[in-house]
Every structure is written in structure tokens, then in C-alpha cells.
Ligand binder design. Structure first.
Ligand SMILES: [Fe+2]
Ligand SMILES: [Fe+2]
Length: 262
């Protein structure tokens, strides 16, 4: 039977697919860590209060990258190169979504508008991360090898999403509402297409490694396209809504360490 659970189980059970899955995940997390660290360093004077939260966000993502690498190490596997067509962050950047890496490599401070763009983009991508990790934690939260890792990452991603809601609502009250609304919409519509393309590419790699029969691969691809159809029709709205989060100040304070993984 084709379910998300059986699919992940198959990927986790085989070293080749587990290696690719963890490598792609580690790459995306470390990239997020680097971006947030750069943005924290370049926050404009009038928004300095946000810098520690952005730095904390980056530290969390870096930790996630280390966790996925530690899962590989525990199985005696090395990270493998991430195929470009599965590189979510790079593909989003190429569509002009979020802040360009060239910009982040420069030393001059960002503008307030840049920070608004960054947070709006994060609200969309953190929704994806929180949703995905929620599904993984639901299926593998008590798995002996993965349970602790997926529960910890899932909890962090929920925090990141709560922080984006809280800060964007604050910035909207300060008069950035129109920009936020526009960037959220653009980011969400681009993100759902990139997510579809990356999912198709990842599944193609997994199918090859697991020697899936053509009908199984075709059914999965149809499922991914169907999910995109739903997101394009109405699902994307969930990525652009702003509501006061239950967890306030989710990124205040130091990150929770993960000594068993680091
Ligand atoms: Fe993460
Ligand atoms: Fe995150």
C-alpha cells in the first residue's frame, strides 16, 4: 500500500535512500543556518531587537543540520552530494524568493524592507518545515533510531513558525502590512511549485535506488502533482495567514542544545 508512512519506512530501511534523505535534509538545514546567521549580522539599526531571535533561528537550523549528519554517522554513512534538482533553498533563491545570497555575502546592513521580506519568506518556508516535521514526528516519533531527532526538530520548527507569525503581526502594526501581504503571496505561490518540483526529483532518485516498478513511481508522481493541484487551488492560503501564536517569545533565550547529536 502507498502511504506516507510506508514510503518513509522504505526510505529509512535502506542505507542508500536514508543516506540521500539525510544528506538533502542536512544541506537544507545548514543553508538555513547560514542565511539566518548572515541576516542576524546585517540587521539594520532600527531593528536590533530582532537580531538575537534571528541568530537563535540560525543556531536552531545549524543544529538540525548537525542532527541529520549525526543520524548518518550513527549508521556508519557519509553525507553524499545533494543533487541540484533536489536543492529546495537554491531553487527558491533562483526564483527570486527571499534575500539573494550575493546580498547576504556583502557587509552593508540590510534595510527594514529586507527584514520584512526575509520574515515573510520564512513564514512560508517554516510552514512547510513545520508541516513536514509534524508528519514525520507523527509516524516516527517513537522510532528507536529517529524518534528523539524528529521530535526535537518538529518542536523547533513549530517555534520558528510561531516566531514568524508574532514578528510579522508586529511589523504589520508598524505599517508594513502591504509589503507583508504581497511578499507572503508571492513566496507561497513560488514555494508550492518549487516544493512540487523538488518532491518529484527526490522521489525519482529514491525510486531509482529502490528499483520501484514504473506503476509505483507513476502513482507517486501523480500523488505529488495532485497535492500541488490542491495547494494551488486553496491550500496555499494556509501559508499566508497571520494569527497570534499560542507560543509567545518562542525564540527568546538560548537554543536548546542537542549534545547527543552534536
Ligand atoms: Fe530546521
Ligand atoms: Fe525552521
Amino acid at each position: 500500500m502507498l502511504s506516507a508512512r510506508s514510503l518513509f519506512q522504505e526510505i529509512v530501511d535502506h542505507d542508500d535512500t536514508f543516506q540521500l534523505f539525510c544528506s538533502i535534509a542536512a544541506g537544507g538545514e545548514s543553508q538555513g543556518g547560514w542565511e539566518n546567521a548572515r541576516i542576524a549580522a546585517l540587521v539594520p539599526e532600527g531593528m536590533r531587537d530582532l537580531a538575537p531571535k534571528i541568530a537563535r533561528h540560525g543556531a536552531d537550523e545549524d543544529k538540525h543540520g548537525r542532527i541529520f549528519n549525526a543520524l548518518l554517522r550513527k549508521r556508519g554513512l557519509e553525507p553524499v552530494p545533494v543533487p541540484p534538482e533536489t536543492d529546495y533553498t537554491m531553487l527558491l533563491e533562483r526564483r527570486g524568493i527571499g534575500l539573494a545570497h550575493d546580498r547576504l555575502r556583502r557587509q552593508d546592513p540590510l534595510s527594514e524592507r529586507d527584514i520584512v521580506v526575509y520574515l515573510s519568506h520564512s513564514r512560508v518556508t517554516e510552514q512547510r518545515a513545520a508541516d513536514q516535521m509534524g508528519v514525520l514526528a507523527g509516524h516516527f516519533g517513537s522510532h528507536p533510531e529517529l524518534g528523539r531527532a524528529v521530535r526535537m526538530i518538529s518542536h523547533d520548527e513549530d517555534n520558528h513558525l510561531a516566531y514568524c507569525h508574532e514578528e510579522l503581526l508586529r511589523l504589520a502594526r508598524q505599517g508594513h502590512g502591504r509589503t507583508i501581504h504581497r511578499v507572503l503571496r508571492e513566496s507561497a505561490l513560488a514555494e508550492i511549485a518549487v516544493y512540487r518540483d523538488v518532491s518529484l526529483a527526490v522521489m525519482e532518485h529514491m525510486g531509482r535506488l529502490l528499483r520501484w516498478p514504473a506503476p509505483k513511481a507513476a502513482a507517486l508522481a501523480a500523488g505529488i502533482r495532485g497535492a500541488y493541484g490542491y495547494e494551488r487551488f486553496s491550500g496555499w492560503h494556509r501559508m499566508v495567514r497571520l494569527s497570534p501564536p499560542e507560543r509567545r517569545g518562542a525564540l527568546d533565550g538560548a537554543p536548546v542544545a542537542a549534545p547527543e547529536f552534536a
